[in-house]
Design a binder for this molecule. Structure first.
Ligand SMILES: C[S@@+](CC[C@H](N)C(=O)[O-])C[C@H]1O[C@@H](n2cnc3c(N)ncnc32)[C@H](O)[C@@H]1O
Ligand code: SF4
Length: 376
């Protein structure tokens, strides 16, 4: 069992909050798509022949790929990997790219799941964010995606923005319900260094994120998922039954994956590696038949900390039996901290594991860090 992530590092325009790796210049696009294929061939043994259960095109903006580019990438993937017949193949798309013609291209391709970056159904939000689409396009593309035959798709929303009132957030969630969106990824706005938002906040041109508002929106989200029978299976991800993301769930179960493209990360169960986050240097290295990347061997404490972090963010939680079996050296400190967090009400027992109490979900990473052990 394994997954492949493919990073498409181009965007039409820079969203003012985003610090993912992307370029708005398309000068290197053809060379980059060729380099992706070279990397796929170079890395074909990384997953030791495991059958590929999921492929995820992320970005950047994968929907900037042409039909030909997409087909070329798929054909190289098929030459190099054994892709399972029922593999989940997700494609991140921006609403402005999802024309009916482009959706036809996707439907004819092996893509069987879309992740649509809506962010908000309000112009007030979309404008300052510098999104390349308006609210109507956000709604229309969902109808068009369904019309084209996509039943399995996800929508991204951002909450806690200074421009989003509680009433607007409520209406955004109401739209998700009315449109019967099968999967929702919802993130608290974070102010990132090196973005326009980061510089506006520093200069006082835009208010900083108010943690009380983000918490309020998260609580509204929790009530929304409970009332509408979504499974809140990861802090930022909720799905109607049967629509949970295979690829992302496998990250959180620490199943090996190969990341292709600039800035993409890979994990083989014990080691992490990440490609250079520079398109020109990435292309140059592959033209010379090599990869420019960094590697890190994870220590036992890193693996333990990651188990705690991912387990607590997900609804399957963390288990005493797993720790006793895989990390006996940390068992004593783990059990002590577990008892303390249960006493505090942050964790609750659920069948054979411990999960975050609803009130502690917003501070998941803080609770997890209480368990962390320092590097050995
Ligand atoms: C890297 S983007 C790629 C998806 C696609 N290009 C798009 O914009 O729809 C993935 C998601 O991360 C989220 N995101 C990116 N930066 C964020 C930030 N600073 N705060 C909160 N969410 C963010 C957005 O919801 C976005 O849809
Ligand atoms: S949010 Fe998406 S479209 Fe906007 S800059 Fe980031 S990757 Fe590009």
């Amino acid at each position: 069992m394994a997954g492949i992530y493919i990073h498409i590092p181009f965007c039409k325009q820079a969203c003012h909050y985003c610090n993912f790796h992307f370029s708005t210049s398309l000068n290197h696009k053809t060379a980059l798509v060729e380099a992706l294929q070279k990397e796929i061939k170079l890395q074909k043994n990384f997953l030791l022949g495991a059958t590929i259960e999921s492929i995820y095109f992320g970005g950047g903006t994968p929907s900037m790929l042409t039909e030909m580019e997409l087909m070329d990438i798929f054909s190289t993937l098929h030459q190099s990997f054994e892709i399972g017949k029922t593999a989940e193949i997700t494609f991140e798309a921006n609403p402005d790219d999802l024309t009916s013609a482009y959706l036809q291209t996707l439907v004819k391709s092996p893509v069987n799941r879309l992740s649509i970056g809506v962010q908000s159904f309000f112009e007030e939000d979309l404008k300052w964010m510098n999104r390349a689409h308006d609210a109507n396009q956000a709604i229309d593309c969902i109808h068009e995606a369904r019309k084209a035959g996509f039943e399995n798709f996800s929508v991204d929303l951002i909450y806690g923005s200074p421009s989003t009132s509680n009433g607007m957030w409520e209406k955004n969630l109401e739209k998700i319900r009315a449109l019967k969106i099968p999967h929702l990824s919802s993130y608290a706005l974070t102010v990132e260094e090196g973005t326009a938002l980061g510089s506006w906040v520093k200069k006082g041109k835009m208010p900083d994120v108010d943690p009380a508002k983000s918490l309020k929106h998260f609580e509204m989200l929790q009530q929304f998922v409970q009332k509408n029978h979504y499974r809140h299976y990861e802090i930022s991800n909720m799905a109607l039954e049967g629509f949970e993301a295979v690829h992302n769930s496998n990250y959180w179960k620490r199943i090996p994956y190969l990341g292709i493209g600039p800035a993409a990360h890979s994990f083989d169960g014990k080691n992490r590696q990440w490609n250079i986050n520079n398109n020109a240097k990435y292309i140059q290295a592959l033209n010379e038949g090599r990869l420019e990347m960094e590697k890190e061997a994870l220590s036992e404490s890193d693996l333990f900390n990651e188990y705690i972090m991912t387990g607590l963010r997900c609804d399957w939680g963390i288990s005493k039996a797993y720790i006793a079996k895989h990390f006996p050296q940390f068992n004593n400190t783990f059990e002590k901290e577990l008892a303390a967090q249960v006493q505090l009400g942050a964790l609750v027992e659920k069948t054979s594991s411990f999960v975050l109490a609803d009130a502690a979900k917003f501070i998941a990473d803080g609770v997890a860090s209480e368990f962390f052990v320092v590097n050995d």
